[in-house]
Ligand binder design. Structure first.
Ligand code: DHE
Length: 556
């Protein structure tokens, strides 16, 4: 309910632009023109939609569909959804109400989930009409708007200069409760919940400052929240809205710049924004719109910033511009006017992580079924490698065995983990080994290992089969054989998603979400036995978990 209220509030700000802000729920918006051409199918009927329905449709679209189809419905991982089509995907008006309904209700083999049973019949009917009218424009969100939303709750001078407790901050975990819009901070040594903080709508990821003191969250409402771990109970010390929709945030990690700057990647509007990492005061905004990597001369307005990582060898961030397939190397030594080197690669860039030397960054171009390798110190493209259908590595996994130093990714579109050799010698930057998880079909979102472990963990979160999406596979990193498939423990249900190791590398934390009994399940990484199950009213659909030490040092 709270989520709904927030989304409506958020959307009312958007619709001030598209509907004139009149809030007139009785006005009919006859957006799609009537056509007599019967060959255009059910879409030949006139479509009308009220302002209130437009608002609700946009809220549903923003919440459930924009991630794949793009905020302006021009398509990304999923096809475009425009009334008159775009030359590549069919016009939604031609698909018509009945055609669209089938897609929404039953999904597609290409990875679109079934929404029947998740969306009400009423909402599905509304979406069939919403998708046949023009999408509302995305309002601007510049630095002045950011400054208006900036709240410095505890100025730097009023913060403690050393920890006010004896706990081990390095082994703190930040856990995202996506649907509640909250982040829990858990002491990884004692497993105590220290605090649950309200951080904004659908928080997506967390990052820690280079010193490990601060935890930053970012979510689908474009809000960045800064949490201080030095106080007895971790507390929010600053927040700012940097856009309307986002998925990533990162800090400066290069020597001399620790805890100095923070970068935000905007999905909507599409921009790179830089902030003071101590206060979250906005410093600069650079739009990412431009031409695509592959010579397509179309100017791409919706050029969303997907994953971002901070280099340890240079004062730069690597920001991946999704729709354009551009890897932007952002030099933050002059944050007011950052120097950006664009490296054309492949579309659509999504998530990725470092190889074990932390010099090469590997990122999934999921619409091209490829992984792109960037030599960060030399700011150049090394290779674009075919891996499988829709690679989705998270930050990927680094392991070492007889095949070499390997970086691995699982896939959304097929049951495969591909391993790319990263060390010099024969086979470098090629796929040297592929393995399968249990059962069939893809749907994996994340893989994980740790330098001190001989295990590699695989989830199958989006696989349609409940026995697969609720279980995790564990492999031996030396042989790459499947060791065990771990089913959800008794008293836990939902889909298993995302892994995080503790600092020592001997425990693995797994989230269970989208079920009736969500939980964080902690496994002993050696014995693969359940060590502890964290449940309770406050554990609401946990998703990402971020150990302070591992996140700060990019242990993946
Ligand atoms: Fe994510 C990482 C975008 C759906 C949980 N997700 C990322 C990153 C991006 C991204 C760009 C990389 C951030 C980085 O490393 O800088 N995710 C998107 C989407 O656009 C998408 C496909 C659809 C959407 O509307 O958001 C999407 N993601 C999901 C989910 O459904 C998940 C499972 C739950 C949720 O929050 O909705 C989910 N994404 C995560 C997590 C990470 C992540 C836990 C961080 C992984 C890590 O270990 O770093």
């Amino acid at each position: 309910m709270k989520k709904l209220k927030f989304a409506l509030l958020f959307l009312s700000s958007i619709f001030m632009f598209s509907c004139g802000g009149d809030g007139d729920t009785s006005t009919k918006h006859e957006v799609a023109k009537k056509t007599d051409d019967a060959s255009k199918g059910a879409g030949s009927k006139e479509i009308s939609i009220t302002s209130a329905e437009m608002e609700r449709g946009s809220q549903i679209f923003f919440d459930k569909c924009a991630g794949c189809h793009g905020s302006s419905r021009k398509g990304a991982t999923g096809p475009s959804l425009l009334p008159d089509g775009d030359g590549k995907s069919p016009a939604t008006k031609a698909l018509g109400t009945a055609g669209i309904k089938v897609f929404i209700e039953y999904g597609t083999p290409g990875g679109m989930p079934e929404w029947k049973g998740i969306l009400s019949d009423e909402d599905i009917e509304l979406m069939t009409r919403f998708l046949q009218v023009d999408p509302p424009p995305i309002p601007p969100f510049g630095i002045d708007k950011m400054k208006d939303t900036w709240k410095l709750k505890v100025p730097v001078a009023d913060r403690p200069t050393k920890p006010q407790h004896k706990r081990n901050i390095d082994n703190y975990f930040g856990v995202i409760m996506r649907d509640a819009g909250k982040v829990a901070i858990i002491d990884g040594d004692t497993k105590e919940k220290l605090v649950v903080l309200k951080t904004g709508f659908a928080v997506h990821i967390l990052r820690t400052s280079a010193s490990g003191r601060y935890i930053y969250s970012v979510g689908r409402d474009g809000r960045i929240t800064m949490i201080d771990t030095y106080t007895k109970v971790p507390q929010i010390v600053a927040e700012v809205r940097a856009g309307l929709d986002s998925r990533s945030v990162e800090v400066s990690k290069y020597k001399g710049y620790e805890d100095k700057y923070l970068v935000f990647g905007g999905y909507s509007p599409s921009h790179i924004a830089i902030f003071d990492a101590q206060t979250l005061e906005p410093i600069s905004v650079t739009p990412t719109a431009g031409k695509a990597c592959d010579g397509d001369h179309e100017f791409i307005e919706e050029a969303r910033v997907a994953s971002i990582v901070a280099s340890h060898t240079d004062p730069v961030w690597i920001c991946n511009v999704k729709e354009r397939g551009m890897v932007d190397i952002v030099d933050y030594t002059n944050p007011k006017k950052p120097k950006i080197t664009e490296i054309p690669s492949a579309r659509f860039l999504h998530d990725g992580g470092w190889d074990s030397s932390e010099k090469y960054f590997l990122v999934a171009a999921n619409a091209s079924n490829k992984v792109v390798v960037i030599d960060v110190p030399n700011k150049k493209l090394v290779k674009i490698i075919d891996t499988g259908i829709k690679p989705h590595p998270g930050r990927g996994v680094n392991i070492k065995n007889k095949w070499g130093n390997l970086w691995g990714t699982s896939h959304l579109g097929e049951n495969k983990i591909s391993f790319i050799k990263t060390n010099p010698g024969k086979g470098q930057w090629t796929v040297v080994k592929e393995i399968k998880g249990s059962g069939s079909g893809g749907g994996s979102l994340f893989v994980k290992s740790h330098p001190k472990s001989h295990h590699l963990w695989l989830d199958r979160t989006l696989n349609p089969k409940a026995e697969l999406n609720s279980a995790v596979d564990v492999f031996d990193t030396r042989t790459l054989e499947l060791v065990k498939t771990l089913k959800a423990p008794e008293g836990v249900d939902g889909r298993a998603v995302h892994f995080e190791y503790n600092k020592a590398g001997d425990e693995v934390w797994v989230s269970y979400f989208m079920g009736k009994k969500s939980a964080i399940v902690i496994y002993n990484d050696k014995t693969l036995k359940v060590k502890q199950i964290i449940q309770g009213d406050w554990v609401e659909n946990p998703t990402g978990k971020f150990n302070v030490y591992n996140t700060t040092h990019d242990i993946n």
